[in-house]
Design a protein around this ligand. Structure first.
Ligand SMILES: C[S@@+](CC[C@H](N)C(=O)[O-])C[C@H]1O[C@@H](n2cnc3c(N)ncnc32)[C@H](O)[C@@H]1O
Length: 184
């Protein structure tokens, strides 16, 4: 993992296209539905603090963007809140396919999902009330630019919630969370 700290964008993309986050370790089961459940069960058992950090219920009736959807378990929880608008991006087609297929398991869960780069978000300024990202922005080569993009697409009064790893070393790494409201 440590070498991802200096990886190019295409190396980051290739890495996460080989296997999405949690796919190898947690997606167990005979079919896709079982694998998605197994991955989500393991995720929230290991990281229950995600609920408090994300505040998924804040998404009800709001415009929400998730950056770096991965296997889509958090994205499912956002979709369940029936936001006014939900968008999800990831650098990899693999993550977009996982998340799209995952939402399709549940009728009524909708999102605009597309492959896109956190450093160049394909949305106009002031598009979202909430911009959420868990474990993503430290992986992209220009993390500062990705944070600037998150702020750019946020509406005045909106909130960014982004958790990054303070280190990519799995031994010393720990989560650094960032939560801020737009004052503009
Ligand atoms: C550690 S995984 C986290 C995925 C998910 N948020 C989770 O918590 O399981 C990192 C994800 O960030 C995505 N990613 C890395 N750089 C990105 C970028 N520049 N733009 C969008 N997504 C990116 C990867 O493709 C991968 O899906």
């Amino acid at each position: 993992m440590t070498e991802l700290a200096t990886a190019s964008k295409s190396e980051v993309e290739n890495f996460w296209n080989a296997a999405s986050c949690g796919e190898v370790a947690y997606a167990r089961g005979a079919d896709f539905q079982a694998q998605m459940k197994s991955q989500a069960d393991a995720r929230y058992q290991l990281e229950p603090y995600i609920y408090d950090f994300a505040r998924f219920s804040d998404g009800r009736g709001k415009s929400v963007l998730e950056i770096g959807v991965g296997m889509g378990s958090d994205h499912q929880l956002w979709a369940e809140q029936q936001p006014l608008r939900l968008c999800g991006v990831d650098l990899t087609e693999r993550a977009i396919a996982f998340t799209s297929d995952r939402l399709a398991l549940f009728s009524g869960l909708k999102s605009e999902l597309r492959r896109a780069d956190a450093e160049n978000l394909p949305f106009p300024d002031a598009s979202f009330d909430i911009v959420y990202s868990w474990g993503v922005l430290h992986h992209t080569p220009d993390t500062q630019k990705a944070f600037a993009e998150a702020a750019r697409v946020l509406r005045p009064g909106g909130a960014v919630a982004a958790a990054t790893a303070a280190s990519l070393d799995p031994i010393v790494g720990f989560i650094s969370s960032h939560r801020g409201a737009s004052l503009a």
